[in-house]
Design a protein around this ligand. Structure first.
Ligand SMILES: [Zn+2]
Length: 130
């Protein structure tokens, strides 16, 4: 899935900045902070509009945010939730990631259809284990 498909599906007019922000969130497993998004977009002329775009996507339910440790706000592409994902949190730096999970397969073999799941894992991320 890419930004174009998502924007079309939600009947949202495509702009360069919407496309950039959305593609970034779709491609990243990491739940990104506003600062990280701003840094990765690397388009200084668009700086002011990134927050507007994020808030717009939040209002449309395309992007979600989570609060980590009550202070760190992170954004991620909401449709990842519709797949079965594992929320991973690094106990060292506190960064968080979303991974697609294969845990569902043993259920499917037995004819069980799992509709929602909330799985979280903690450990050390690649950055901290180096
Ligand atoms: Zn870490």
């Amino acid at each position: 899935m890419n930004a174009n498909e998502v924007l079309r599906k939600h009947n949202i007019r495509k702009t360069a900045i919407r496309e950039k922000v959305l593609n970034l969130l779709i491609r990243n497993n990491e739940c990104l902070s506003y600062a990280a998004i701003e840094q990765k977009i690397e388009d200084k002329t668009q700086k002011g509009s990134i927050l507007r775009v994020l808030n717009y996507f939040l209002s449309r339910g395309i992007v979600k945010k989570i609060m980590i440790d009550g202070i760190k706000l992170r954004y991620y592409f909401a449709e990842k939730e519709k797949r079965h994902i594992v929320y991973f949190r690094c106990t060292c730096c506190g960064d968080s990631y979303l991974f697609e999970s294969k845990f569902i397969e043993p259920f499917a073999v037995q004819g069980i259809e799992v509709s929602t799941s909330h799985i979280s894992a903690k450990g050390i991320c690649p950055k901290c284990s180096q």
